[in-house]
Design a protein around this ligand. Structure first.
Ligand SMILES: Cc1cc2nc3c(=O)[nH]c(=O)nc-3n(C[C@H](O)[C@H](O)[C@H](O)COP(=O)(O)O)c2cc1C
Ligand SMILES: O=C(O)C(=O)c1ccccc1
Length: 371
């Protein structure tokens, strides 16, 4: 694996620079872009720049343990791969390569409903835990079939994305007339359901048109019971940003929530994920684990989110940079280098285990709304 010593791929940002030159401009815009003016996308990153840590000293940090447990499974790292669509856009092996890389790093990989490799092919190579992400489709039969396949394939949980009743207005994709085509497809979904998603049309995003036709915007909290009834797998709700919805998630029996604004790709102007993490953690009140995504790029970012109460941090764009730059080795490299940064930050912060990490590690005046 290319690592320290090459002097080149030291950080996730290094993989980003490499990836940028290897990926077609419209695919790059799809990956990097956010909704509208990309204010929330920028806010996710800036929120981490404000954070200042409170290191403790003389704490015996000779051994640092980054492992974490979730639903009875222990992971070597609290960093996981967030669900993202169509990995074959950047690597011919697609999600199979991502699964190899995540597995080599001991990381969770949340496979997207719009994966470009079959759930079965991905499961076959995986050496770590896989979860399946779902959107609410109008076609409940298609959702039900996917859930059954996930159970049969040994997937460990279902992650229901609740922040896409319709797709955000992603100006870059609209201007590019972005469409997924050629030999890249959402192979786990019935081709009839996908029929509208391949037409290139200047000024419009084919993905947004597809979502408008196939995603179900009528769903409410009451509909969670339907998903529950399909499976005994833990149910994780992705896209919670408020104390109100956190309380409703607990009331409706969510097994975990993900604090997320979809990487700034949905409501532009929505709060930065990091700025509401403490609020959501407090509202959940220990009833279930809280996961986090949005803007995690460095080990110290993960340290801050974990200190504020996240059990695990998911990375969306960085694994795609790794995948585009170096395939499975790149995914592993991004996860490992960021985990090494986290371990380093834990040692220098005097918190050698994640169990001993709490809000006292963060200078609260650097958190929006913090006391
Ligand atoms: C290219 C791309 C595709 C995505 N596709 C999905 C998806 O299919 N389902 C989903 O729940 N989230 C999707 N997301 C959102 C990610 O799961 C995650 O919330 C977000 O990327 C986290 O922010 P980060 O990229 O700053 O780490 C996507 C994000 C990107 C960048
Ligand atoms: O969720 C997303 O952000 C996303 O880009 C996407 C694209 C196609 C299908 C599903 C999601």
């Amino acid at each position: 694996m290319t690592q320290l010593g090459s002097g080149q791929l030291l950080t996730a940002e290094d993989y980003r620079h490499l990836a940028r030159d290897l990926v077609a401009p419209d695919v790059w815009d799809f990956i990097e872009g956010g909704a509208e003016e990309e204010r929330t996308l920028a806010a996710n990153l800036r929120a981490f720049d404000r954070i200042r840590l409170r290191p403790r000293v003389l704490a015996d940090v000779s051994a640092v343990d980054t492992s974490v447990e979730l639903f009875g499974t222990r992971f070597a790292t609290p960093l996981g791969v967030a669900p993202t669509a169509y990995h074959r856009l950047v690597d011919s092996d697609g999600e199979v390569a991502t699964a190899r890389g995540a597995g080599a790093a001991g990381a969770l990989f949340v496979v997207g409903m719009f994966a470009s490799r079959t759930l079965e092919d991905i499961a076959e190579v995986s050496t770590s835990e896989l979860w399946l992400q779902l959107y609410w489709l109008r076609r409940r039969d298609v959702m039900a079939a996917l859930i059954r396949r996930a159970e049969q394939g040994g997937y460990g949980a279902l992650m229901l994305t609740v922040d896409v009743p319709r797709m955000g207005r992603r100006w870059r994709d609209m201007r590019n007339g972005f469409a997924v085509g050629g030999d890249v497809a959402a192979v786990n979904i019935d081709p009839a359901v996908m029929a509208s998603s391949h037409h290139r049309d200047a000024g419009r995003s084919a993905l947004a048109q597809h979502a408008a036709q196939q995603f179900d915007a009528t769903v409410t909290w009451a509909d969670l019971a339907w998903v529950r009834a399909q499976s005994r797998l833990p149910l994780v709700l992705k896209g919670i940003l408020t104390a109100e919805d956190a309380a409703l998630a607990v009331e409706h029996g969510a097994d975990a929530v993900v604090v997320s604004n979809h990487g700034g790709r949905q409501l532009d102007g929505a709060v930065a994920s990091l700025d509401v993490l403490a609020e959501v953690v407090d509202a959940i009140g220990g009833a279930c684990p809280v996961l986090f995504d949005g803007g995690v790029r460095r080990g110290a970012d993960a340290l801050a989110a974990l200190a504020l109460g996240a059990r695990m941090c998911l990375l969306g764009r960085p694994p795609l940079w790794g995948l585009a730059a170096r395939g499975a080795d790149g995914v592993e490299g991004v996860l490992r280098t960021t985990t090494e940064e986290l371990a380093h930050a834990m040692a220098l912060a005097g918190r050698p285990a994640l169990g001993a990490l709490d809000r006292s590690a963060v200078h609260m005046s650097t958190i929006a709304g913090g006391a």
